[in-house]
Ligand binder design. Structure first.
Ligand code: PEP
Ligand code: MG
Length: 755
């Protein structure tokens, strides 16, 4: 038996049950019999959520006395586990599962095998459908699929019959008072507006089809319409015709024409579902699979697919409007579980003041698009859609990782004051745009920005920065659906150089591998690395897979024809790695020269210092370098043996600890003697106090996030660098453990602006 025919047989019979004029309990009793018979299962039971507990509502096979008596908490027993995790269980020996809980009144000790699926409504389990068998056996895939399809039909029956908790049915257990929720800053900024749900929920009224062929035609038509929409969006995309936004839409297109997806929907229709239910069924299955995917990049791609699936559902059901299509009527904060990049692009950015997502990640396409649109985004805000009601006032402060829902007056006043202050400070910094970053004692500090995307280049003009001190070329690889070919790389580099004009751009060769895996690239056994940050990444991978590096070298050299090209290598640990990478570039340069093509006027080679071992080899390395850039993000994680993304260690080691400062001081002494310019391009340099300390150690070039240029410039213009250098030398010799306090007090006493 196939999955479709098993489900079809059950659905045909369920259809008659649901159409009959009997009460809900009688229907459930019939349902367990139908499923039990169809799957030749000795036991079939339905548990539903009532008063927060999972209650046995109907059973075939277990003792009837247990009905409405046996109750399990969420997380209790196998049934509670399924509901809590919203996950299918399929066990040949139920008792050996750690969550097994014995309920004597059911008489279930006779049965060994167990399979259960959640009955899901609004992405939460409202019940569990379970089958059991006396002999130990695993239910096969066909049976599990049939159960999942039936569970979907049951969800609608149950909701219609008002058998479950009102709060769950309505999808909300709302508290109407003020709430403050924490999240993760994805795009920094503040926003005030009224809550708008991106997707007014599509309500599926009928799950079992009357006429399968008609349902199939409806889905075909919807697919056609959706593809047309995507094509239109691609041709109208506001973000130009090339670059990452184009890449995003290309990913969309790839999914819109994906045959596997339409085939699965067709199979679900074959099993007897309506078009709407079939789309939802396939989406549910994708969601369940997604929960098991730990690769964040792949998970992001799955969100793109979910985005399209929602679109298809809206088209087929005629419930078309997203909030974007209905038009934002006032200043709005958009609330969504997640959002596809194309969906975000549909909003009127003048009224869109912020986005709050239950999911989201820094590398997701939607985050990249939002940054380009200048819309603040807070992600990973759990249960936002449960807590918030359409129209509620929301204050979003993503810099503080916070969102206020239905704020009190004092919350509003504090927020407004901060907003005004922020605007004032931004205006002050903007006014400093053309003032040079020179210290009180006359040292000109080079202030550059970190970038990685085409749109980031705009920051150069906005901030008045001296150039791009770190262009993370791997970003283009991370946002692409496929490996960017040399021509595409070259186009990006040329656009960046054109926009930068005569300001230098330091291109860092790709730092992929480690935690930045690319789903489309076969990285061998990379996925199994236990310590990816210390693994086969960046220059290590690039030298082993030199085709990638050769393509990038050619793209960079050709893009920089007629100008100076600055190239920097990441994660160099030993001087020979630098030599090998430089030799590879030089070979490419000769190859291009042999063909009489225009070359860069010069190539300047530098390296990142982010692996501590390299610091011991600077006397050997420095004579070969044009410049050195310290990557404090990786450097500090390796110095302290503290994972840079570990939440428990985030605050544990201070960038102003004497260990780091002494280390950096030794490096600057060595580079000074060798006459090689040294800069810092890690996040440390973007904080005013830390930046002050770096200048105090003799660092003369900082490459930082664009938003930090203003505050850091204000600090530099009020600093006497020589005086600080003398003070710091004394403190470091002493090994003072309280460097942060000392630097703060010193800045205060000396009138240095620390913003
Ligand atoms: C660093 O490690 O400090 C750095 C700038 O590189 P990334 O953050 O890209 O690893
Ligand atoms: Mg690094």
């Amino acid at each position: 038996m196939t999955a479709t025919s098993a489900a079809r047989e059950i659905l045909t019979r369920l259809h008659d049950v649901m159409a009959a004029r009997t009460n809900a309990q009688a229907k459930l009793n019939q349902v367990v019999n139908i499923i039990g018979e169809a799957l030749s299962s000795e036991v079939c039971s339905i548990y539903l959520l009532r008063d927060g507990l999972l209650e046995l509502y109907a059973t075939r096979g277990l003792k009837q006395e247990a009905v409405h008596v046996t109750r399990l908490a969420l997380g209790e027993g196998l049934v509670g586990h399924i509901a809590q995790e919203v996950k299918t269980l399929n066990l040949d020996e139920a008792t050996s599962h750690p969550d097994f809980a014995y309920k004597p009144e059911t008489g279930e000790e006779l049965y060994h095998s167990f399979a259960g699926v959640p009955i899901v409504r609004r992405e939460r389990a409202v019940g569990v459908l379970a089958v059991q068998h006396a002999e130990p056996r695993r239910y096969d895939e066909v049976e599990i699929e049939a159960l999942q399809t039936v569970a979907m039909v049951l969800a609608e029956l149950i909701a219609g019959a008002e058998l479950i908790d009102e709060a769950v049915r309505g999808g909300s257990a709302r508290d109407a008072g003020p709430v403050r929720l924490a999240g993760l800053k994805l795009v920094e900024g503040m926003g005030r507006g009224h809550a708008v749900f991106h997707q007014p929920r599509v309500h599926i009224e009928h799950t079992v089809a009357e006429d399968t062929e008609a349902e199939r035609q409806r889905v075909y038509a919807a697919f056609r319409q959706m593809r047309e929409q995507i094509e239109r969006m691609t041709s109208q995309a506001e973000f130009g015709t090339a670059g990452e936004h184009q890449d995003v839409l290309e990913t969309y297109k790839m999914f819109a024409y994906d045959e596997g997806w339409s085939r699965r929907i067709n199979e679900a229709i074959d099993s007897g579902l309506t078009a709407e239910a079939a789309i939802e069924r396939v989406q549910q299955r994708t969601r369940m699979r997604m929960r098991e995917i730990s690769d964040p990049l792949l998970a992001d791609r799955m969100h793109d697919l979910e985005d399209l699936s929602n679109r298809l559902l809206r088209i087929v059901s005629g419930q078309l409007g997203t909030a974007a299509q209905m038009g934002l009527r006032q200043d709005s904060i958009l609330v969504a579980r997640n959002l596809g990049p194309a969906e975000l692009l549909e909003y009127d950015r003048r009224r869109l003041k912020g986005v709050v997502l239950e999911e989201g990640s820094l590398t997701a396409h939607v985050t990249i698009v939002a940054r380009a649109m200048g819309v603040p985004v807070l992600g990973r805000v759990r249960d936002i859609r449960q807590v918030v009601q359409e129209g509620d006032l929301i204050l979003l402060d993503s810099a503080q990782d916070t969102v206020f829902v239905r704020p009190t007056s004092p919350m509003e006043e504090a927020f407004d004051a901060k907003l005004v202050l922020g605007q004032k400070r931004r205006a002050e910094f903007a006014a400093m745009r053309d003032l040079p970053p020179v210290t009180v004692d006359g040292r000109r500090i080079t202030l550059m920005v970190n970038a990685g995307l085409r749109d980031d280049v705009a920051a150069l003009d906005i901030t008045g920065a001296d150039g791009i001190g770190l262009f993370r070329t791997e970003f283009q690889f991370l946002v692409s659906a496929t490996l960017p070919q040399r021509e595409r790389q070259q186009r990006l580099y040329r656009d960046v150089l054109d926009a930068a004009g005569d300001r230098p751009v330091i291109f860092r060769t790709v730092d992929i591998g480690g935690d930045k895996t690319l789903p489309y690239m076969n990285q061998g056994d990379l996925a199994e690395e236990e310590n990816p940050a210390m693994g086969w990444r960046a220059i290590r991978l690039a030298l082993d897979r030199d085709a990638l590096m050769k393509a990038q070298a050619r793209a960079l050299i050709e893009a920089a024809a007629g100008r100076v090209l600055y190239v920097m290598f990441p994660m160099v640990s030993e001087p020979w790695e630098f030599d090998a990478a430089q030799a590879l570039f030089e070979t490419q340069r000769r190859w291009i020269a042999d063909r009489n093509r225009l070359l860069p006027t010069a190539i300047r080679y530098g390296t990142m210092l982010e692996v501590p071992a390299l610091a011991e080899m600077l006397d050997v390395l420095l004579p070969r370098l044009d410049f050195l850039s310290i990557g404090t993000n990786d450097l500090t994680q390796f110095l302290f043996a503290a994972d840079r993304s570990h939440p428990k260690l985030a605050e544990r080691f201070d960038w102003l600890s004497p260990a780091i400062l002494r280390f950096l001081s030794r490096v600057t002494n060595t580079t000074d003697k060798a006459g090689i310019p040294v800069g810092v391009c890690g996040e440390m340099g973007g904080r005013s106090l830390e930046a002050m300390a770096l200048v105090g150690l003799g660092i003369e070039r900082l490459s930082i996030t664009p938003a930090a240029i203003g505050p850091v410039k204000a600090m530099i213009r009020t600093l006497d660098a020589a005086k600080l250098r003398a003070a710091m030398a004394g403190w470091l010799a002493e090994g003072a453990h309280d460097m942060r306090d000392r630097l703060t007090t010193w800045a205060d006493a000396e009138g240095v602006t620390i913003g």
